[in-house]
Design a protein around this ligand. Sequence first.
Ligand SMILES: C[S@@+](CC[C@H](N)C(=O)[O-])C[C@H]1O[C@@H](n2cnc3c(N)ncnc32)[C@H](O)[C@@H]1O
Length: 321
Amino acid sequence: MSCGGHGGGVIGGQIGAHQGGVEARPRGRGLSFKARSLDKRQACSAGPRGSPIGGFRVQETTVTSWDQGWAPLYDAADTMRMMQDYLDFYAGLVTPGTASLLDLGCGTGSVTVAVAEAMRAHHPDAPALGIDLAPAMIDIAAARDGSIGWAVGDICDPPVTDRYDLVICCFHTLQLLPDDAALGQALAAARRAMAPGARLAFDIYQPNLDFLKMAAAGGLEPGRIVRRFPDRTGRELIVREEAVCDPDTLTYSGTWFLHDAETDARLPVDPMVQTLRQIYPEDLARHMAATGLAMVERYGDLDGSNFTPDSKRQVVICAPA
Ligand SMILES: C[S@@+](CC[C@H](N)C(=O)[O-])C[C@H]1O[C@@H](n2cnc3c(N)ncnc32)[C@H](O)[C@@H]1O
């Protein structure tokens, strides 16, 4: 995903407030419907109305995760984060004592595989498990590396009985949980999955209040371009986003529409809505204390920079309290 916190676009969103990278929309190609805020676990039919796009009506369903048509695009569309920083940071958590790995919300498994490889340099047969709610993401992860265990599951109640030396939850996945109760459940489940002496590491955005208030005030251009990337054939695609930001909670919902970059024609992939909740440092500290987790390190980004009130991210390493 990534934004809500910092910039535009729910995934990897550095476009917007921080980089000013929003592209103008060609005239006369407007999206004429409004994004709706949905419960992230429910698929919602748009009904017979459909959406008038490019002169024809599209019958559509809105999906609420990286599943169905979007999963095969995840890696190509993941253009806005410094992936090498992610791989280096999480693989850098491996020590000679790390002999098991659990990745909660593993997506297509790119980080899981890098960390597992670092671990297996010390322990060639060490078990690794990635869990994700979206079956299509798990399918891609499994094709990436068959030596890792992959499972469809909810990180609030993960299908896990073993204990792990390193538990990770990368790229603001915790912000995709629907409410405080779910966040507490996910942290408690992560805590239960930790072996004695284990570490839990995750990264979330720090709320970017200027950007979010601007979004809540309707300041984002409807249908702005938040991603541009080539598909497997080299065809250039763009993602247009309709965003709503709740003025009270600053929860940010972005609905993504896939278009051909050259013609701007809407492509037949169901729109995807993702909702990012804001998690403030003090709320995170409260949740961690309630679930028996102690923060041992905190950074402001995946490059290991110091955490400050203005940091883009909250990158946290915890131990059992
Ligand atoms: C922003 S992606 C991050 C994926 C991966 N960690 C990475 O770094 O590329 C968030 C992932 O969390 C998954 N997800 C969202 N809510 C989840 C839940 N409750 N349980 C398990 N996975 C979830 C989504 O399907 C998606 O693959």
